[in-house]
Design a binder for this molecule. Structure first.
Ligand SMILES: Cc1ncc(COP(=O)(O)O)c(C=O)c1O
Ligand SMILES: N[C@@H](CCCC[NH3+])C(=O)O
Length: 429
């Protein structure tokens, strides 16, 4: 199956590992988020094994905003990944599975005092500062706790990334980080703050990016900036280049071939740092989407079918924008299949619409499919990232369960929300 792990068996049915989608749906119900555990581990190893260097320590951080739940964070721990968290909730999830705190890096803008305190108390590896006001708050917190926190500063290299406006992060008016023009002054202040130890710079140019040269360009700008900083008496030896590697969602998508790209990037950085006379102790990458997306899919049951007079064919599914808000938010594209009819030719173009009370609740506008029947299992492929983690409880639909499949074995790793879960926080009297 193009762009995805081998999700098709000899009978033309959708499988994850050796389990048919139909059986998984019958066992756990739908909508259902399903991950192929072997595919997750393979992808983690692609990053770890191909981004390596003899001259600096190469670290891969899994950006857990893409999908954060205990089983996945445990898998990241087992695969030797480091972890990017952006909230107390993501940190709490990591600590709950005993993720080593020194491998956790706290990112994000407007980190709350409470979150910074939790990070300091947990003894996490690094905090990536967003701005000077945050640096001062962290300095006070760390100093009071009698600790020194290692920090990087997020800077904005101003590289134009060709992706949706909402997931660009390095534009000059971005809410994230500081522009190069102001970062130098901020770094001088940070270097002098008690309780902080300045170690390096971070950038992240955006998400779902296919152009490999954008990453290289950003890396070179960051190295040049490091040289300028050294000239100003700032000592830093860590460079975090962020995530953002695009994945295959639908025909036409051309993701970067990761293994050769990562090897090339690792070598390029060695050479470029050497040429500039910079000693890099560590270089980090922080993939989220590309780590988990294509190992995951969502199963739905087809409900009513509606053929409109204008020729639009609707197939309704039992989930929609609540379990996958990426289409409503970014006009994202996806690929749909009918789980038991992979080899059947398309009869018509189908609009795959959910059951949320919004006209925009459409996951695919025109999916070429064999005519679906009520009760068919329909899968949307490549939903491992930014779906579960962005779930919205609109219309009080329950959050779907998450299942991990490994060969013939399958297990629920997040249980489906019950109606009691939905009203659990309501004060009934
Ligand atoms: C700072 C930072 N690091 C890493 C990521 C992960 O990005 P992606 O999921 O595109 O790899 C993001 C999200 O865009 C981010 O903001
Ligand atoms: N959530 C977005 C990407 C944002 C990445 C995090 N800064 C998506 O689904 O594409």
């Amino acid at each position: 199956m193009k762009g995805f792990p081998d999700f098709q068996n000899k009978e033309g049915r959708l499988v994850v590992g050796e389990c048919t989608a139909k059986d998984l749906a019958a066992t756990y119900g739908t909508p259902l988020y399903v991950y192929d555990e072997e595919a997750l581990r393979r992808q983690a190893r692609t990053f770890v094994n191909h981004f390596k260097s003899d001259s600096y320590k190469a670290r891969i951080l899994y950006a857990s905003k893409a999908a954060s739940f205990a089983a996945l964070i445990r898998l990241a721990k087992e695969e030797g990944l480091n972890l990017d968290v952006v909230s107390e909730g993501e940190l709490y999830t990591a600590l709950a599975v005993n993720f080593p705190p020194d491998r956790i890096i706290f990112h994000g803008n407007n980190k709350l005092d409470r979150e910074l305190e939790a990070a300091v108390e947990a003894g996490i590896g690094f905090v990536v500062l967003d701005n000077l006001s945050e640096a001062r708050r962290l300095s006070t917190i760390a100093d009071k706790a009698g600790q020194t926190v290692e920090v990087l500063l997020r800077v904005n290299p101003g590289v134009e990334a060709h992706t949706h406006d909402y997931i660009k992060t390095a534009t000059s008016d971005s809410k994230f980080g500081l522009g190069l023009a102001t970062a130098g002054e901020a770094l001088q202040v940070i270097q002098g703050l008690p309780g902080l130890r300045l170690r390096g710079l971070h950038c992240h140019i955006g998400s779902q990016i296919f152009a490999d040269d954008a990453f290289i360009k950003a890396a070179h700008i960051m190295l040049d900036f490091m040289v300028a900083c050294q000239g100003q008496g700032l000592s830093m030896d860590i460079l975090d280049l962020g995530g953002g590697f695009g994945v295959f969602y639908e025909d036409g998508d051309q993701p970067i071939d990761l293994a050769p790209f990562l090897e090339g990037l690792a070598q390029d950085l060695e050479k470029e740092a050497r040429d500039r006379g910079i000693r890099l102790a560590e270089v980090w990458l922080e993939p989220g989407r590309s780590m988990v997306n294509n190992a995951g899919l969502t199963l739905y049951t087809v409900g009513d079918i509606k053929r409109l007079a204008d020729g639009t064919n609707y197939a309704f599914i039992d989930g929609g924008m609540g379990d996958n808000m990426r289409v409503a938010l970014y006009q994202a594209g996806y690929t749909a299949v009918l789980a038991d009819r992979l080899d059947d030719a398309a009869d018509n173009t189908w609009r795959i619409a959910g059951k949320y009370c919004e006209s925009g609740d459409v996951l695919i506008k025109g999916a070429p499919l064999p005519d679906p029947q009520p009760g068919d299992i329909l899968a949307i492929l490549g939903t491992g990232a930014y779906t579960f983690s962005m779930f919205s409880g609109y219309n009080r639909l329950p959050r779907p369960a998450v299942v991990f499949v490994k060969g013939k074995d399958h297990r629920e790793v997040v249980r489906r929300e019950s109606l009691d879960d939905i009203i659990a926080q309501d004060l009934l009297e």
